[in-house]
Design a protein around this ligand. Structure first.
Ligand code: SAM
Length: 369
């Protein structure tokens, strides 16, 4: 039997209080109960719950891509592994769940999908735990937890222990609609009122819009974008650019070409290109968070086509449309100036970039270049 100490030290729940909370939640599952984990990786959090739960409980781990050693490890310790998504698991599982841990792909699409797929199987009063719910880059998880709290689907307030948010499931409260998500997202996006921008007259907003519309060069055919990270993905999707306009820094060799570096690793890439490849510094420009925010602002104030292309599914499109349709111009402008727009969007779409049969389901999140 794997020693408890080893288990505790190798789960992705890095904080000791998170492991203790999960241990306590599993220990409180009634005899004969069912525990389900979505996102198992090397299986350690499932083993932790297996060790803590009464022996008559059954533990199921769901993961389309478990780590190689996990399959044997889980089976050795009596945890049933399902290799697939939560939706596929739910389609063939009929028992009531007492404890659910969601720790799979961290994008808004997938945490919502995992919860919606398994909600019909949750017993009233079941404990639902979301990992990384308080981590800013994973804003979509926080949005879902807050929505479930507001709706009453998850007991309010959810208990935050480290980055683990825990609550009890109440089926009577029903599942939230797009309007509830919009209400919570508007609270998340609320910016300080001392900006002065909140009092900006409407005509001034339009002047600002003209000024901030786009700062990228008009002749994009003379430009190559360097960086395939999240920022690059946002720009590519917003502007509907062909994939071949994006290259990595190793492919930037033509000193006559203009390069736009769409990556947080700007200083590193700049140094490499100027010193090792002899590209003149004036041929290189950085696309900052502010530029992305400006593009999002221009898009949302315009026809919202690009913003809708960013959405992974019809629900997200509807949510984004409803969120921004109700937002007055001066609030949007304040979000753009504060950089909140880009952090909101990147948090909403950031996942672990798992690839389901050749179809990338999340924007890439690798160092661009
Ligand atoms: C953060 S790790 C899980 C860590 C684990 N719970 C622990 O604490 O040791 C995320 C896991 O989610 C899995 N994953 C990715 N997309 C998923 C999805 N749509 N459904 C379920 N699991 C997913 C990945 O294969 C990866 O193993």
């Amino acid at each position: 039997m794997t020693a408890l100490f080893d288990i505790l030290n190798s789960t992705a729940l890095v904080l000791p209080e998170e492991r203790l909370a999960l241990h306590a939640a599993a220990a409180a599952v009634p005899a004969g109960g069912i525990i389900v984990e979505v996102g198992t990786y090397n299986g350690m959090s499932a083993l932790l719950m297996r060790r803590a739960a009464p022996p008559t409980c059954r533990v199921h781990a769901v993961d389309p891509f478990p780590q190689p050693g996990a399959v044997q490890r889980l089976s050795d310790h009596g945890v049933t592994l399902f290799q697939g998504t939560s939706r596929q698991f739910a389609a063939q599982f009929q028992e009531g769940i007492d404890l659910l841990l969601i720790d799979g792909d961290h994008s808004f699409h997938w945490v919502r999908e995992d919860f919606m797929a398994l909600a019909p199987l949750l017993r009233p009063g079941a404990v639902v735990a979301f990992h990384d719910a308080g981590v800013l880059p994973f804003w979509g998880i926080r949005l879902l937890v807050d929505v479930l709290e507001l709706q009453g689907t998850m007991t309010r307030p959810a208990v935050y222990i480290g980055q683990l948010a825990l609550g009890r499931f109440d089926p009577a409260a029903g599942l939230p609609t797009v309007d509830v998500y919009v209400r919570v997202a508007r609270d998340h996006l609320a910016v300080p009122t001392d900006f002065g921008l909140w009092k900006t007259p409407a005509d001034h907003v339009f002047e600002e819009y003209e000024y901030t519309a786009l700062s990228l060069p008009h002749r994009l055919k003379d430009v190559r974008f360097i960086g395939r990270g999240l920022r690059g993905w946002l720009i590519k999707t917003l502007l509907d650019l062909p994939g071949e306009m994006f290259i990595d820094s190793g492919q930037a060799r033509d000193p006559a070409m203009n390069y736009l570096v769409v990556s947080a690793y700007w200083t590193e890439i700049y140094r490499c290109l100027t010193q090792e490849r002899g590209i003149p510094g004036h041929q290189l420009r950085a696309v900052t968070e502010f530029t992305v925010s400006r593009l999002l602002y221009a898009d949302i104030s315009g026809d919202r086509q690009g913003m809708c292309r960013l959405a992974r599914d019809a629900f997200q499109r509807e949510f984004l449309q409803a969120l921004f349709a109700k937002m007055p111009g001066h609030e949007l402008l304040a979000l753009h100036h504060s950089g909140m727009l880009v952090s909101f969007f990147s948090g909403l779409f950031r996942g672990f970039s798992y690839d389901f049969g050749g179809q990338a389901l999340s924007p890439p999140d690798t160092p661009g270049g």
